[in-house]
Design a protein around this ligand. Structure first.
Ligand SMILES: [Zn+2]
Length: 468
């Protein structure tokens, strides 16, 4: 058996794609979109790094676009096999992939029109897939709940474990017969943190002989989860005192719901200024509805709140915005407000319009609550650059940029180490492959694991093979 590393390796954090080749079949773990510089993203998402017809089965870890977003591209290239995922991941993907196709269509129209009108120095854009490809992809999805073992290919059994990262997120355990012997490959997917609101804590799969471990924050320690409410309250309070708006770019999935739940707690404690809170993202509205029908994925506290007739996702002063006109009205108003909008890395969606309208106003603030990949607008904001380019126009960045680490849905260095050690204690672990991390982060984690006596820790590049 071999693992072929196709994407989210070699220092990349997005575009998660790994192939497990057994004697009889090829199983694709995740099929995510690469997100980064436009031209490079385009190239790396158009050609997936393998032939669709060589893949027999897809196993999806969770619904984030950097793990699921290239599935319709795979479908378009002719893949017609089953795509396994948890029930909540399937429901989330229905909304997320539809949104992804829509963004691509809008983006292409916008840029191509710009080129036509004023000869903007940009490459013309063709969407990677359309809504028909999304529907075709959804038709291939087969839901498997956590802990329910299924045969997915000759000599290959699949079991999902709770990863505690986003709703429905899973670690993948593949039990593969290799000449009469069982080998268990575990793919962490994105690993969550313990004690996050809403979700249950990550589990520890037993019996792993090979672990594909994410390493997004392999060199960082997050602020404690308990402090994030205080930091959020502080930055919103000082922004409102200046008469400004607080713009919160969020992933529509999970981060938005975590922020909404945190704002609800603050409002009930009287710590959130009495200003309107807008969730300006039609996708977030849809995804929040998926959360409402999946209490099966909640921790005890969130379930109790739901059962009491209250919801973690509603409070006085909170408005979900869908219509474009209502979205534009937020920017026209000079009243202080909190605006939660997607996308999380500020590359697409309504948040870009809010940033274009608000970035030059020193009263405003941008509150970063999620990971920002290299070469994205979000990353340039985190770097506190004095000037940023939005919609092709250079703008002064006068708004305050506050980076709140506590909201991360990813394990930090200590969580990753503890997890790897627990997996080693629970099985005959022989190989660890670090994926889904930028160079310094992966290397730091590699060193730490080697110091702790892990036998074979690799940091694969694109196209590398690991023999198991
Ligand atoms: Zn994720």
């Amino acid at each position: 058996m071999q693992v072929e590393f196709v994407g989210a390796v070699g220092g990349d954090v997005t575009g998660s794609r790994h192939l497990v080749h057994t004697e009889h079949s090829s199983i694709l773990l995740d099929c995510g979109l690469f997100q980064g510089r436009r031209s490079e993203s385009n190239e790396r998402n158009r050609e997936l790094g393998f032939r669709a017809k060589d893949v027999d089965v897809v196993v999806l870890s969770h619904a984030h676009i950097d793990h699921s977003g290239a599935l319709p591209r795979l479908y378009r290239q002719g893949f017609r096999g089953p795509i396994y995922c948890t029930p909540a991941t399937r429901d989330l993907c229905a909304a997320m992939l539809e949104d992804s196709a829509q963004i691509q269509a809008q983006d292409a129209t916008y840029i191509n029109r710009k080129i036509e009108r004023n000869g903007a120095a940009m490459e013309p854009v063709q969407p990677l897939y359309d809504q028909d490809d999304v529907v075709g992809t959804l038709e291939l999805m087969v839901s498997i709940p956590y802990h329910m073992t299924r045969r997915i290919a000759p000599g290959v059994m699949l079991t999902y474990y709770d990863a505690g990262h986003v709703l429905g997120s899973a670690m993948v355990a593949l039990d593969v017969d290799v000449v009469g012997q069982r080998r268990r490959v575990v793919f962490s997917g994105d690993l969550g943190r313990r004690h996050m609101p809403i979700l249950r804590d990550p589990e520890i799969p037993t019996g792993a002989s090979c672990l594909l471990l994410e390493s997004t924050y392999g060199d960082r320690i997050h602020d404690p989860i308990e402090r994030m409410d205080d930091e959020l309250a502080d930055v919103i309070t000082r922004t409102v005192a200046r008469g400004g708006k607080a713009i919160v770019p969020t992933f529509a999935l999970e981060r938005a719901q975590e922020v909404i739940y945190a704002l609800k707690r603050l409002r009930s404690q009287g710590r959130l200024p009495e200003v309107p809170v807008y969730v300006d993202s039609p996708l977030t509205v849809k995804l929040t509805d998926v959360f409402r029908i999946h209490p099966d994925c909640f921790d005890a506290q969130a379930r109790a709140l739901l059962l009491s007739g209250d919801s973690p996702f509603d409070f006085d002063g909170l408005r979900y915005v869908s219509a474009v006109e209502d979205s534009k009205a937020i920017d026209r108003s000079d009243q202080p407000a909190v605006v939660i909008a997607a996308s999380g890395m500020c590359e697409f969606g309504r948040v870009v319009h809010h940033l274009a309208a608000g970035i030059e106003n020193r009263n405003n603030s941008v509150i970063i609550v999620g990971y920002q990949a290299q070469h994205t607008l979000g990353r340039r904001l985190v770097e506190q650059r004095p000037r940023v380019r939005i919609f092709g126009i250079e703008r002064e960045r006068r708004a305050e940029v506050a980076v709140l680490d506590g909201f991360s849905a990813h394990a930090d260095r200590n969580d990753l180490l503890e997890y790897a050690e627990a997996v080693r204690e629970a099985g005959p672990l022989r190989h660890v492959a670090l994926v889904h991390g930028e160079g310094p982060s992966r290397n730091a984690l590699k060193t730490l694991l080697e110091e702790r006596g892990f036998p074979s820790v690799i940091t694969p590049s694109r196209g590398d093979m690991l023999e198991i």
